[in-house]
Ligand binder design. Structure first.
Ligand SMILES: Nc1ccn([C@H]2C[C@H](O)[C@@H](COP(=O)(O)OP(=O)(O)OP(=O)(O)O)O2)c(=O)n1
Length: 108
């Protein structure tokens, strides 16, 4: 927050611009994996860059939440309550299925 205040950049940080920036920086994370499903040494090689891109994502998300009065930690906790309801352990353990596909699992 200090970084942008010092530069008088809040004027550019409309919710729309921040949402775009968040998505663009998330795209930069994705770009690191564009042509290679990196694991092991290939993953180690891009870690410094990945760290930078993740920091950009977190920065824009932090601005967005601060400007819109969203308590990020509380929002995540509340979303996890919803997630737990949608993905009960007994239906979803070991399964990557979407919750809409979990109903009736094992009944067929
Ligand atoms: N109007 C702006 C511009 C930048 N930043 C901050 C947030 C990010 O942490 C970082 C983003 O800077 P760049 O737009 O230069 O993006 P990258 O650092 O990803 O550079 P590049 O696009 O060359 O990868 O700077 C900001 O707060 N507000």
């Amino acid at each position: 927050m200090q970084f942008r205040t010092e530069r008088d950049w809040q004027q550019f940080h409309s919710p729309r611009n921040l949402a775009i920036s968040l998505s663009l920086e998330a795209g930069e994370v994705l770009e690191l994996f564009q042509w290679e499903d990196r694991r092991g040494e290939a993953l180690d090689k891009i870690m410094p860059q990945l760290r930078d891109e993740v920091a950009d994502v977190a920065t824009y998300l932090t601005y967005l939440c601060a400007d819109l009065g969203i308590d990020l930690e509380a929002a995540v906790r509340e979303k996890m309550v919803q997630n737990r309801r949608k993905y009960p352990v007994e239906l979803s353990k070991g399964s990557a299925k979407k919750y809409t596909e979990l109903q009736g699992e094992g009944e067929a």
